[in-house]
Structures are given as structure tokens and as C-alpha cells.
Design a protein around this ligand. Sequence first.
Ligand code: GRF
Length: 221
Amino acid sequence: MRVASTDNPLSVVVLISGSGTNLQAIIDYIREQELPIEIRAVISNNPDAYGLKRATEAGIPIEVVNHRDYQSREYFDQALRAVIDQYKPELIVLAGFMRILTDDFVRHYQGRMINIHPSLLPRYQGLNTHQRVLEAGDEQHGVSVHFVTPELDGGPVIIQASIPVRKDDTPQSLAERIHEQEYIIYPLVIQWFAEGRLQLRDDTVLFNGKPITDSQRQFRV
Ligand code: GRF
């Protein structure tokens, strides 16, 4: 794995569909820490995504590939892939990108595409995770960053952060506290990637060249 440097920064493309608060956290962290990471483009399937404004304000090129313009998931994914590949990214970051991707697309980027999902995977893949955690009466909730593989929200986990569920929690209050954790762990994982510390080998995450351990996977402040 190569280690990014100021002369040769890690090239990244970020995919969004919505407000882009994770995108903002990533932009801010790269700046504050002066990391050798270049977000070459922010791409959205939704032309109204607020995150596009955040990108423009940060001076990052934006692209819209509107899924409504395509007859099928396959055509949409082909168009998306063509736009992404123009930027030659070493890492593709899904940050609230709300489209299910085809297996071909995912395989093309395997090992260099990551996602953040608001649950302690493998629990609660899919949508409405905060509501489902409350309905199940769980005492712990959390968020996971994982490599993307063809199984939806099923790829190998890189890191997880946990929060306790309180008696008076609502889906909104959980979402807020989960977001705070997201803004810490997602930029951190991108930094590790730039430092050449993260790899996917088959279905195993390698951290510093060795299979990641359960304790390395648990984020602690
Ligand atoms: C986050 O909760 C993330 O876990 C999920 O989508 C949401 C994106 O929020 N994948 P934002 O667009 O970054 O504000």
C-alpha cells in the first residue's frame, strides 16, 4: 500500500445523496490536520443535495448523476462509474449515498470503497436503524465504517463506535449522538487509508498489514 504525501496526496471521490454533514466533517478534518488527501469531486444522485453546496463552498468540483435519468440500475451505475473514474480516485467514500449499487459496480471498486452505516453491523443492515434499535429494546447502539462488498451493508467492518441507549431516547436523539461519532470515526478511517494502514484482502480487513482485531475495531475516545 502506498503512503500518501503532500506531493502525491490520496485522491478521493465522495458520493452523497443528502445533507452531507459527514462530508463536511471530512473536509474540515483534512484541513485542520493538513492531511495529504485531495477530494477530487463530490458526486450526488440527487441534484438538490445540500452537500453539493458544501462541496462548492470548499472549492471541490461537483457532479450530479441523477438516477431518474436512467432506465435501470445497471445504466445508472455505468454512468456513475464513468464519472467517478474520470477523477482516478484511489478511495471512494460513500457518505449518505442512498442508492443500492450493482454487484459489478461494487466489484470494480472492491477494496477501495467504504461506507458508513448507523448501526453496530452486522445488526440492523438497511434503513431506519434508530427506530429498530428502540423497538428491540437494545442497550447499545452505534455506527460502523466498512468496506463495501456486494452484500448491502454487509462488508467487513473497519471500525465501530458505540453509544448507550437512554430510556428517553427517540430516533432523533439517537441520530444526533450517532452523528457525533460518525464525524470522528469516518475522517479517521480515511486518514488510515491515506497512511497506507488499511487494506482489504478477500474478506479480511488488514490493519498495519495484519488482520484487524476486535479490539482495534472498537473505537474509544
Ligand atoms: C449518516 O447517518 C450515515 O450513517 C448514513 O447516512 C447519513 C448521512 O448523513 N449512511 P449526512 O448526509 O452525512 O448528513
